[in-house]
Ligand binder design. Sequence first.
Ligand code: ZN
Length: 490
Amino acid sequence: MTNCFLCNELMVNKDDHERNPEKFTFKPKFRHKEHIIQNALGGRLKTDGILCESCGSKLNDEIDTEFISLFKLFTEKMKSKLAKERNRNISNEVKGRHMVSGKEIVYKDGRITAKKPHFEIDEVKKRVCIYANQFIMVQYKEHVRRTLLAQELPLEHYSIEEITEFADDENIGLYFSEGVNEFNAKWLMGYIKIATEFAIYCGINRTQLLRTLDTKAKKLINTDCILPFFPIGVFDMMIEQNRIFLERYYPSHTLILFTEQNRPDKKVLFCYIDLFSTFQFYVVLNDNYSGDDVFKTYCQKLEKEIKPEVDFRKLRLKHIRPVSESVGISFDKYEGKTIEELYQYVEAEYAKLTTIYELDLSEELYQIILNMVSAIAVATSNGTVSNPRLSIPVESFTYISDEWRGTVLRELKLHLNPDDTINPKYFRQQFLEPKGEDGYEILSTPSEIIHEMKRNETPMVVYGHMKFSHLSYYASKSTKPNFIKDGTNH
Ligand SMILES: [Zn+2]
């Protein structure tokens, strides 16, 4: 028996109620499948044990609808690449503002066009710029010509420039945070909802989420509890600058629920949220947490996996089992005896296989670290890159100082277990800061971000733009380059 975290009422299965309504003396709350990261963002983690149907639809209306619309610029561009459980009927038109010209634009079906046809006269350059979409440009240009002639503008002295489409660059992206009314409030509530639901899902008591959940008013609240992630340590910085090349399933979603370590006075309960490997925030759920230490992670890939056709009947008999096992078919329950039974078994099992989107954070960090080590090795030896995917990381490790490279290598060790597996407990929680002669200090990432933000916010804004342009680069590629996708050649 579980209660809804918002209204705190007991939830029952709708089916049970429909079958035996007389058993209930009251109108119960029904269980509801809640996506902890929104379905429209490709989120796959769902549970029917945290939120009732009516609270689920309330939060969907109040928070999710707006929140997911803020991502439309990306989800719209990436929709052919991202796997979603089902497509909701949301408008595929995104309105925005071009940051350079300040013009209103419409993003639709992969094209950015000026919203309303218009023109501008540049008297200095003797130029007329005409903005219109490609379908009406011919007609509109004629209209402009007539208008200007009527105004007795000597058109023969002017050049005419037709602008049918805005350059699809990062400047378009910058609009995204600036043209939406109450952008921040809507944006932040989306993260607060994800963090709160993930904490409840991980078993944290609802009364412990003081900074995001008002249990009396039965609502999610923003108590200035959100902190943007920003790489202060050089290890995090090198990961993020090269993440599109180092991370094998870029872009991904990551959630980490943790209590801040090394704080004997009080424990802070955080949820780190990393959406599309780009939008990274800490949500403080409780800054005086009294429960046990917490460390829970969730990680998933987003890109659609297309299952290749396999004709098992064309394989040589001795290859059938190893090939089948390599794609994940188990023979533990196989009882067939004839060759035909074997074929039928593997074909049926293969048809049942679905892509698993959930990832193991330790394993993904291991791959990132492995790629970093290879890039550092090539950079320090001036060697040649055998793996083209790593050419940009190698370049970036070539240009940093020996001291910084040393710090990255030292921090690598912080994440390594004695058996060479990865301990993800430090990731996004702590980092190494060089301290005098060969010494290092372990610092708390969120605490240092708070200090840094008070000093100067500019690097954070620059970082945001860089992350944004990486995702734009990914989104604008019609297919993902092979060198990014193949992460298994070691
Ligand atoms: Zn409820």
